[in-house]
Design a protein around this ligand. Structure first.
Ligand code: NAD
Length: 261
């Protein structure tokens, strides 16, 4: 009885999810979680070797996955990703925009190139992917759901990560605007804001002083584990469980934002 209910609410059998940036730490965990819930997962990103091995990990655990390369900085590449998904699987129900880069320097030292690189990947990349997929989802009978990845820094600007914080604030703003735009057109948009999860893009930033500060300001007094993003992702992406959730910003941060708000 409970199992039937949970399957109906959170099961993703027969649905197709594209996770851009699934070659990374958080995107990889979300991709594996969606596959465990039954979705066919398109693992996407720049790094073919890591993407292929993530897709293999999913299939060898009994899930359904395929790697399709894409660069979120290229409109053409994203259109090819969408078209290949449709050709291969016939539908796209979910998109997770998990590609991202970071940069950590004092404000005076930010170069134009670095500022642009972070804004381009985190903000423009998210926008281009939404633009590539939302109209297709809207045209499908079953609609679709898009999950963009923000950060606690979107609303609590963090020292040394100026471009990153600004890009994540803009991602959340864009997500809410698209939620409004597509609210009656079958596509839901939400932002998932992770707290602190050690990964590649922030390894250089996490020196001892910063680690102590972060843990000291996280009520649960620890970093997150990537798998801890899966539950909230499924809730926001599932058309059954999340049917009336759009334009939401959901924090998975061990209480970090609760300390300040
Ligand atoms: N790790 C954290 O604590 C944390 C916290 C908040 C938000 N985030 C966000 O979560 C997302 C995932 O980050 P992560 O921690 O897993 O980092 P990660 O570096 O492990 O993964 C990022 C992935 O994005 C891919 N990527 C970069 N540029 C790309 C492009 N142009 N096209 C396609 N793919 C591209 C990289 O190849 C990499 O696989 C990012 O948006 C990041 O800002 C991370």
């Amino acid at each position: 009885m409970a199992t039937d209910f949970l399957t109906k609410m959170f099961g993703l059998d027969g649905q197709v999810a594209v996770v851009v940036g699934a070659s990374g730490v958080l995107g990889g965990a979300i991709a594996e979680g969606l596959a465990s819930a039954g979705a066919t997962v398109v693992v996407s990103g720049l790094n073919a070797q890591r993407g292929e091995s993530r897709a293999e990990r999913i299939t060898s655990a009994g899930g359904k996955a395929a790697f399709i390369a894409a660069d979120t900085l290229s409109r053409d590449s994203l259109a090819q990703l969408r078209d290949q998904c449709l050709e291969k699987f016939g539908r796209v129900d979910m998109l997770v925009n998990c590609a991202g880069v970071n940069s950590s320097v004092p404000y005076e030292e930010i170069t134009d190139e670095d500022w642009q690189r972070v804004l381009d990947t985190n903000l423009t990349g998210t926008h281009l992917a939404c633009q590539a997929f939302a109209p297709t989802m809207s045209a499908q009978e079953q609609g679709g759901a898009i999950l963009n990845i923000g950060s606690v820094t979107a609303h609590l600007p963090l020292s040394r990560v100026f471009a990153y914080s600004a890009s994540k604030a803009a991602v959340d703003n864009l997500t809410k605007n698209l939620a409004r735009e597509y609210a009656t057109q079958g596509v839901r948009f939400n932002t998932l804001c992770p707290g602190f999860f050690p990964a590649e893009q922030n390894r250089k930033i996490l020196d001892k002083e910063r680690v102590d500060n972060i843990i000291g300001q996280t009520p649960m007094a620890r970093f997150g584990e990537p798998e801890e993003l899966v539950g909230a992702s499924i809730l926001l992406l599932s058309q059954a469980a999340g049917s009336f959730i759009t334009g939401a910003t959901v924090y998975v941060d061990g209480g970090f934002t609760a300390m300040r708000f």
